[in-house]
Write a protein that binds this ligand. Sequence first.
Ligand SMILES: [Zn+2]
Ligand SMILES: [Zn+2]
Ligand SMILES: [Zn+2]
Ligand SMILES: [Zn+2]
Ligand SMILES: [Zn+2]
Ligand SMILES: [Zn+2]
Ligand SMILES: [Zn+2]
Length: 291
Amino acid sequence: MNMTRPSQPLCRGCGQSINGYYLSALGAAWHPDHFVCATCHQPINNTQFSVREGKPYHTQCYRDRFDLRCAYCHKPITAQYYTHNGASYHLECYQEHIGPRCEYCHKPILGQYYTHEGAFYHSECYRDHVVPRCAYCGKPLMSEYLVDHWGTKYCKEHQGQYPTCAFCGRLVPPQQQDPQSSEHVRCPICRASAVESLPQARAIFQGLMQQLNAQGLQFNNVPLQIELVDRARLAQLLNGRSGVDALGVTTHSTHMLNGQVVRTEVNGIAVLRGLPSTLFRGVCVHELGHA
Ligand SMILES: [Zn+2]
Ligand SMILES: [Zn+2]
Ligand SMILES: [Zn+2]
Ligand SMILES: [Zn+2]
Ligand SMILES: [Zn+2]
Ligand SMILES: [Zn+2]
Ligand SMILES: [Zn+2]
C-alpha cells in the first residue's frame, strides 16, 4: 500500500475521482477513507491487512471471521487440533468434552479404540481388562471364540484338541484331567460330585426312595440294594441287554424249584461307580422304573 501524489485517479471504493492523497492497494487507487474492511467497514490504516476473494480485512477482523475455530469453545485454533465429523476442536476440548472416554479407565480416547456393548475402550484396556479370557488357557479372546452350554468361553482351537467329559460333554484340558479315573474322561465339576463310595450311594438312594414313596410310588416289599460297579461288572450284569453306554441295571434274585426258575424278582440296582450325583440320581430313578 502506497500513498501517492495524484494525477486524479478514480477511487475503487466510491468511483469518484481523487483530489489529493490517495491510497494504492490491490492494484487500484482509493480515497484513504474508502479502503475499508469487508467485515467491520472501518478504514484500514495499517500497512498490514488480509485479503480474501479480492476483499481487504483488518488482520484481526479476518482472524475473527475466517480462522479455524474450535467447535466446542469457539476460540481460534492456533496449535494442534482434532477434526471429527467435519468439525475442528482444540485437542484438549475434544479430549475433555467431545471424544469418547474409555469405559474402563475413564480417560479420553484418541486414535484406535474398541467398542463393546455400546461402550468405548482403549485397545489396551479392552485387551487387558474387558475381553473375556479362555477358561482353559487364559488367553484373551479377542476374536471368535466358543461358548459351551454352561457359558464357559474358550479358544476355538481347543475344540477337538481336548477330550470331552464322558458325563457332561465339557472340554477337559490336560491339567484338569482326572489321574484317578482311567475308565472315563471326567471334568472337575462332575468329579466333585461323583458318587464313589457305597455309603454315599446309599444315602442318595435312600433319600430318593423316600421322595418316591412320598409321591405314592410303591416298590415290591423286598428292600432294594444299591451297588456300585465298574464297567466290566456292569457289562456282565447287562449281559448284552443294553447299549454300551448304559450306566445302570436292575439286579435280581432268582427263585428256583427243582432246578427250574419259578420266579425272579428285582432286589436292587447296580450303578456305574463315579457318576456325578445328578446323573446317579437319574440312573436310579430310571432303573427303579424297571423294578
Ligand atoms: Zn472513494
Ligand atoms: Zn475490520
Ligand atoms: Zn476449544
Ligand atoms: Zn482405558
Ligand atoms: Zn484357550
Ligand atoms: Zn463333566
Ligand atoms: Zn432301562
